[in-house]
Design a protein around this ligand. Structure first.
Ligand SMILES: Cc1ncc(COP(=O)(O)O)c(C=O)c1O
Length: 366
């Protein structure tokens, strides 16, 4: 996999330069509104005094860390507020590999491409365990792949790109595999608010010194541009992660943290429920139309991506470009997510035009 120029950017640029109207289903940037309280928090911050415009504590605003710790039922000391889940993943992966208990990183295939990218960056060696057809991960396969060389196992639930939500048994078994091999399980839970199956289980509910959980507010508050996330670490990994965060970033943007804090305190559960309803509708209309197009597809249990496959039309970059030019629909090539789904395309349901997109696909493949 080539990370110098992520495929993602290439496809976005191609779609933006397309001559015809193109429905953008490439990125994971929500098209729905952030909660009103988020905007209010930002406005209130803008009217604050000069002091509040200065450096925040490096690990994050104390009130925000407290709020996160209470919600996730952990000690505030274990929480570092980061520049998005992206940085949280980097800090967590670095902290795990810095333990020097093995440089192998077990990842799934399909995979969120930034994990292998970060593995390379951190000098680890990626090893891929294929998921099942429905996107579920068989922990026995992870157990077979793991050894004393394994320092880290990284999973993502709810999953991008498969939409799978791992049940409690899977999370328990993965923590157990990490413990048995003196490795660390990192669970990226950035889509934790987008579970349609009701069986999402945070790795935090399994008590262990061998697991790290990352998450953030890019998706749950529809603010990918704000860059606020967090990592929850076992006690012994907190200090090295805090140091790395401080040396690389000094801190995470303070206005963004302040706005997130207000939003966390003041957003009602209905906001999250309404977004889930919106996505459920989109999943249904998009997959119905994919049926009409004769495509094979996944129905996500969580997150907001659909993988689809069309006969004799593999999900290569050149076919992605053809779909942009000839159908007016932009998706991601399956090959961006490892080798298991090379024949597939990934469509992000971040547009109100999802149904129209599927109709366009149906017309193209007719
Ligand atoms: C699985 C996964 N992890 C992390 C991220 C990055 O999240 P953030 O914007 O919080 O850095 C994404 C973004 O699409 C993602 O899909």
């Amino acid at each position: 996999m080539d990370y110098d120029r992520p495929l993602f950017y290439r496809v976005m640029r191609y779609a933006a330069e397309a001559e015809r109207d193109t429905i953008d289903m490439v990125s994971g940037s929500p098209d729905w509104e952030a909660p009103e309280s988020l905007r209010r928090g930002l406005r209130e911050y803008a009217d604050g005094d000069a002091d509040s415009f200065q450096y925040p504590p490096s690990a994050g605003l104390r009130e925000l860390r407290t709020e996160i710790a209470e919600r996730r039922n952990v000690d505030r000391r274990q929480v570092i507020v980061t520049n998005g889940t992206g940085e949280a993943n980097y800090l967590g992966m670095a902290a795990a590999l810095d333990r020097d208990r093995g440089e192998e990183v077990i990842l799934t295939d399909p995979v969120y491409p930034y994990y292998p990218g970060k593995t390379d960056l951190l000098g680890g060696t990626a090893s891929f365990v294929p998921t099942e057809r429905d996107g579920q991960l068989d922990p026995e396969k992870v157990r077979e792949a793991a050894s004393e060389d394994t320092g880290l196992i990284v999973v993502n639930t709810p999953n991008n790109p498969t939409g799978a939500v791992y049940p409690r048994e899977t999370m328990e078994a993965l923590v157990e595999v990490a413990e048995a091999n003196d490795a660390v399980l990192l669970a990226d839970e950035v889509y934790d608010h987008f579970d349609f199956s009701g069986r999402f289980e945070s790795a935090l509910t399994i008590d262990s010194d061998h697991r790290i959980v990352t998450s953030g507010f890019s998706k749950s508050l529809a603010i990918t541009g704000f860059r606020v996330g967090y990592v929850i670490l076992p006690e012994e990994l907190v200090d090295p992660a805090r140091t790395r965060h401080m040396l690389v970033n000094v801190a995470t943007s303070r206005p963004a943290q302040a706005a997130v804090l207000t939003a966390l305190r003041e957003t009602s559960p209905e906001y999250y429920a309404e977004v889930r309803d919106l996505l459920r509708d989109r999943i249904e209309t998009f997959t119905d139309a994919l049926d009409a197009a004769g495509a094979e597809y996944t129905t996500p249990e969580g997150a907001f991506y659909v993988l689809a496959r069309f006969e004799d039309f593999p999900g290569t970059l050149s076919n992605v470009e053809r779909l942009i030019d000839e159908a007016g629909v932009a998706g991601m090539p399956g090959e961006a997510f490892g080798s298991a789904r090379e024949d597939w395309f990934r469509f992000a349901l971040v547009t109100p035009r999802a149904e129209e997109a599927a109709d366009r696909l149906a017309a193209f493949f007719d």
